[in-house]
Design a binder for this molecule. Structure first.
Ligand SMILES: [Zn+2]
Length: 145
């Protein structure tokens, strides 16, 4: 396998924007299996590069390598469960980030010295502490000015 469309590990790493040792690690945990040249060097063809891009993308969603491996080798039901759980985490994180953004937006305008003096701050903080951040607020920014 020495056609023009394959890369050695160093060039593949540059192409992917990651370190070569990361590619070797993904291989060691069974996520990548780059073919070997007749002389025994790893060669990264388009299929292997696409697999590496998929791993990187899935990592960016917060999946661990173990979870990514589970997606690759698990049963259909396992995959459905893992994806549903991850989507639940993502939705919770989105709700937290939105609540945090609303809180920070309010803090820009708030003229109260402490949270307890401001009904809006109190409401946002109380909502956060009760775990209902979806429509409430983030943790306490307790003192200002
Ligand atoms: Zn306030």
């Amino acid at each position: 396998m020495t056609t023009a469309n394959v890369l050695r590990i160093g060039d593949a790493a540059v192409c992917l924007g990651i370190a070569a040792h990361v590619l070797r690690h993904w291989e060691s945990v069974g996520l990548l299996a780059p073919p070997r040249s007749p002389s025994g060097h790893r060669v990264y063809d388009e299929r292997t590069l696409d697999q590496a891009r998929l791993i990187r993308t899935l990592q960016r969603t917060g999946l661990s390598l173990a979870q990514i491996r589970h997606l690759a080798i698990g049963t259909h039901d396992d995959r459905i469960t893992l994806i549903a759980n991850k989507r639940g985490e993502i939705r919770a994180n989105i709700a937290l980030l939105r609540a945090t953004d609303r809180f920070l937006e309010h803090v820009l305008e708030c003229r109260h010295r402490i949270v307890a003096e401001c009904a809006e701050c109190s409401k946002l903080v109380a909502g956060y502490e009760q775990g209902s951040v979806g429509e409430s607020g983030p943790p306490g920014l307790l003192l200002r000015r």
